[in-house]
Design a protein around this ligand. Structure first.
Ligand code: DGY
Length: 449
């Protein structure tokens, strides 16, 4: 890790902006992803944010993670949103999720009823390697958190993998975090929503962000249809698995689970716990990703629609996440790199990595997860490429990401059509916390992950 004195001047002001952004979004124990658009605590955001906090407010990193796990359900599920305090500026809020009083719910905090990709094990592994990670406070905290993260992973393996394949399913596109990725279009479009309520007037996101940059009203109707179905099923995973029209073995979610399992093994060793159960889970998931989600003909990884029993043949940036998991052969790596440099960039001099391949008909350069560049994906891609020995490409992704942030600021996502004559633009909300937090990690920490 470089000390702040070694940070080049140009990056020092970026660092300052990143810290100001995180400070501005801090709320007495946790960080909002952005005050305008996301006024609560979100699950995977919180993990990335904790990593950024570790560089300059490490005690806040502990508070951030502890606050997130206040929402953990008794069955181990870590919800995607903790509604610590009421705020009318978000839809769907706790009155829509209706999780209060559930026997398996959180005894401490109002929450949503679905999860998000597991990040806390690898975030804590990375913080453990920083100087702060050597302190007694942090080591005690790792002991406190280990059983909770283990319970989170166990929930996924016992509730979300009905056939014991080693692949967990998501029951809502919001669980992958790549909300309106075209990979979910066919499954969502197949839902019969005739007669279901129109929720468009309830949306709050369109008050601050251009509708062209957000999911459509037709999308939202289906998103809420699923939430209502979960309520009807009492949020019981086995009932949902039987009844829901949407069950997807998501490639990003399962790859991040593998990376988290690997880190959880390291944390287990640090606290003197047995890691054999985690290693068994992980071996199954690695094998299943390469058996079921790799398409040899396309040379790419795809998610699998478990409800309709078919691979989702649509190229999105999620297909690169097995690199982050470190599970690709050299041949697979090379084919992925081909796709990356040819189909996930809008032209010569433009930036990696579009969230949907440019040659997919659904590609849209400004619409959320249908084309724009995301900092967290680029961060995982950087580490995945490095892990597989593609150092130059990995460094390119890092430099481009920092340049985008430096030029435009801490936006949620970016129009990928950047060239020397046409600078890209920041999209979604500004002052976005994970863009700030991961900028700090990219600047301050050159260790591989
Ligand atoms: C949103 O509200 O757009 C979130 O991504 C859902 O978690």
């Amino acid at each position: 890790m470089s000390s702040s004195e070694n940070v080049p001047a140009a990056l020092r002001s970026l660092e300052e902006l990143a810290r100001d952004t995180l400070d501005g979004n801090w709320r007495d124990g946790y960080t909002l992803p952005s005050p305008k658009l996301y006024p609560f605590q979100w699950n995977w955001d919180s993990g990335f944010i904790a990593l950024g906090l570790a560089y300059y407010h490490p005690e806040r990193a502990i508070e951030e993670i502890r606050s997130m796990f206040k929402g953990q359900w008794k069955n181990g599920m870590l919800p995607h949103i903790n509604f610590h305090r009421p705020d009318p500026n978000y839809f769907p809020g706790p009155e829509v999720w209706k999780t209060s009083g559930l026997p398996q719910g959180s005894p401490q905090v109002a929450t949503s009823g679905i999860t998000q990709p597991p990040v806390f094990a690898f975030i804590m592994e990375r913080i453990s390697a920083l100087p702060f990670g050597q302190t007694a406070d942090w080591k005690t905290f790792v002991r406190e958190m280990f059983p909770k993260i283990l319970a989170q992973h166990r929930h996924l393996y016992t509730h979300r993998d009905p056939e014991g394949e080693g692949l967990v399913y998501i029951q809502h596109n919001w669980e992958a975090g790549t909300d309106n990725s075209p990979a979910y279009d066919a499954a969502l479009d197949a839902i019969d929503v005739s007669g279901f309520r129109d929720v468009s007037s309830l949306r709050r996101d369109l008050k601050t962000v251009d509708a062209l940059h957000r999911p459509t009203n037709a999308n939202y109707q289906r998103y809420i249809y699923l939430v209502d179905l979960f309520i009807e099923c009492g949020y019981q995973d086995d009932v949902i698995a039987r009844r829901s029209p949407f069950l997807v073995q998501d490639i990003l979610f399962n790859s991040m689970l593998v990376r988290s399992n690997q880190a959880l093994v390291t944390l287990a060793k640090a606290v003197g716990a047995d890691s054999s159960e985690i290693e068994r889970w992980n071996a199954r998931t690695v094998a299943a990703i390469n058996r079921k989600l790799w398409d040899e003909e396309a040379g790419f990884y795809f998610s699998y629609d478990l409800r309709h029993q078919r691979r989702i043949q649509l190229k999105t940036s999620s297909g690169f996440m097995p690199l982050f998991a470190g599970i690709c052969t050299t041949a697979q790596r090379d084919r992925l790199a081909q796709h990356l440099t040819h189909s996930f960039v809008t032209g010569v001099g433009a930036n990696l990595c579009t969230s949907t391949a440019v040659d997919e008909p659904a590609f849209d350069p400004v619409k959320y997860w249908r084309g724009p560049i995301w900092v967290n994906v680029n961060w995982m891609l950087h580490h995945g490429l490095r892990r597989h020995g593609l150092t130059e490409l990995a460094n390119g992704v890092k430099q481009q990401t920092l340049a985008l942030l430096e030029r435009h600021g801490m936006w949620e996502y970016f129009d990928p059509r950047t060239t020397a004559t046409r600078p890209g633009v920041g999209l979604g909300t500004d002052a976005f916390s994970w863009s700030a937090a991961l900028a700090l990690d990219l600047i301050r920490n050159s260790n591989a992950l």
